[in-house]
Design a protein around this ligand. Structure first.
Ligand code: AMP
Length: 481
């Protein structure tokens, strides 16, 4: 860890307060390199792996530099997947919580109208997948003339997925006078070309990949036959007895097979693959984050960029076909100072894929034997005991940052000509409450939501039951969400 602290960056008190609640005490390597330059509005090309703290490396400067008063979006962040868009939105919201930064995510499969309505509200940061961002641009529901920051996250994956034309089309809609930052785990030619074409003398920053993959993660390889893998999986999980475990398979079909087998053996598990409805994918992801189940069987959709705290064991049930994928999958564990284990099952025919991965990561994955029968028998009792219990989530950052916040619902909005200032005016007059205690305000046609910070929620709720806003009596209650 570096000796630099967040105090060195002259960040505003609101941002520093969020970092302290999030328990970000020391900047990670990528943060020490990116934050000072980003604060000086420098174009950047950053080669760094997921798990390195890269989201906060752009999230912190962006939140710092947003002009709160501006209604139109000032930062646009492009991500390859919907899951990552939602994750980045959550990270930005957490970092910007006390500065009342409004970040929203736009992605396909969610109703367009809902996003359109949200975009009409004050929005500082828009995080989105390329296709839906273009839809919003074309239908003129996303106004880009105030965008000062463009972030392309996971650029290599974006181009792998064939989004190059969309990304270029979006860039062309943005003001020229902007800062562009590109983040990518690898820097293939097409990413470099894109950067040259659209960036102004970008500074290149490279964070060594090895630090991420070997210091904090113990890598192991177990060889076995395809038909023995299900029983091998069970033996390994019994012996390892992980608090939380991600099992990666190559195909949806393998995910279904493994999931069905574990489910039948009473594992507390769920599955995730691209064949599921988006809402279900989010629900599974959330459930895993909250500790509702211990084992998640997934295809690579879950591997990219998704921040799940404290995954202790990653199992590659199938060797990943792409070497980069090995890094992304195993990077789900050993995050932010925690230790993790990554075990890969390889059949005799997969030697060449393993070799390619080893060349890419720069070391040989140590081979180990499959667990012995006695070992499995010895582990059985502890394993079953853990399966019966709930997973304790020690580090739910969002819950922590929201713990002193109460969202209030008012049954009146634009139709009654109510504006944000009307809420601020009324609420800040309540004895013991100041404008500082008011968070994000969202005004819809028929209703409004106001976040009350600093544990003052009940006080405001009580006072507002008898108060009027702009001379109108509104019904107030705790918001359901
Ligand atoms: P990322 O690479 O952005 O996916 O971040 C990896 C993990 O590190 C996430 O759980 C972050 O919340 C966490 N994190 C980011 N910055 C810091 C920091 N300075 N100190 C501790 N944890 C951090």
């Amino acid at each position: 860890m570096s000796e630099i602290s967040f105090e060195d960056y002259h960040l505003s008190a609101e941002i520093k307060r969020a970092l302290s609640v999030l328990k970000y005490e020391t900047p990670t390597e990528v943060q020490t390199k990116v934050i000072p330059l980003a604060l000086e509005n420098q174009d950047l090309v950053v080669k760094s792996q997921t798990g390195s703290g890269k989201t906060a490396s752009f999230g912190i400067p962006i939140c710092e530099m947003m002009a709160w008063e501006e209604k139109r979006p000032q930062a646009l962040i492009l991500t390859p997947t919907r899951e990552l868009a939602v994750q980045v939105r959550e990270d930005i919201t957490n970092i910007g919580r006390f500065k009342r930064i409004k970040a929203m995510a736009v992605y396909g499969k969610e109703p367009f109208s809902k996003q359109r309505e949200e975009l009409q509200q004050k929005t500082h940061v828009v995080v989105g997948t390329p296709g839906r961002v273009i839809d919003h641009i074309e239908r003129e529901t996303l106004v880009l003339d105030k965008v000062k920051y463009l972030i392309i996250d996971e650029a290599d994956e974006m181009l792998n997925m064939g989004f190059i034309d969309e990304v270029e089309a979006i860039i062309k809609e943005l003001p020229l006078d902007r800062v562009t930052m590109v983040f990518s785990a690898t820097l293939p030619k097409d990413v470099e070309t894109l950067c040259h074409k659209y960036m102004k003398n970008p500074v290149h920053i490279e964070i060594a990949a090895s630090g991420v993959t070997t210091d904090t993660i113990e890598h192991r390889l177990i060889e076995g036959k395809e038909e023995d893998k299900l029983s091998l999986l069970k033996d390994v999980t019994v012996v390892e007895n992980p608090d939380s475990c991600l099992i990666f398979c190559r195909t949806k079909e393998h995910v279904d097979t493994v999931y069905t087998e574990l489910e039948a053996a009473n594992y507390s598990c769920e599955r995730l693959h691209g064949g599921l409805e988006q809402q279900d994918r989010f629900a599974v992801m959330d459930g895993f984050k909250q500790g509702n189940f211990r084992y998640l069987v997934a295809t690579d959709v879950a591997a990219r960029g998704i921040d799940i705290d404290n995954v202790t064991l990653v199992i590659n049930y199938d060797v990943p076909m792409e070497k980069e994928s090995y890094v992304h999958r195993t990077g789900r564990t050993g995050r932010a100072g925690n230790k993790g284990t990554a075990i890969t099952f390889a059949t005799p025919y997969e030697g060449k894929f393993v070799k390619a991965i080893e060349r890419y990561i720069g070391f040989e994955i140590p081979k180990t034997e499959a667990p012995r029968t006695q070992e499995v028998a010895r582990g059985k009792e502890a394993f079953e005991e853990k399966l019966g219990g709930r997973r304790v989530v020690k580090n739910n950052k969002t819950a922590r940052i929201n713990q002193d916040i109460l969202k209030l619902h008012f049954n009146g909005g634009k139709k009654k000509k109510i504006r944000a200032v009307d809420f601020v005016g009324t609420i800040a007059k309540i004895p013991g409450v100041t404008a500082e205690d008011i968070g994000i305000i969202t005004i819809q046609d028929q209703m409004s939501y106001v976040d009350i910070l600093n544990g003052k929620g009940s006080l405001v709720l009580q006072a507002m039951e008898n108060a009027t806003i702009k001379g109108k009596k509104l019904k107030v209650s705790k918001a359901l969400k």
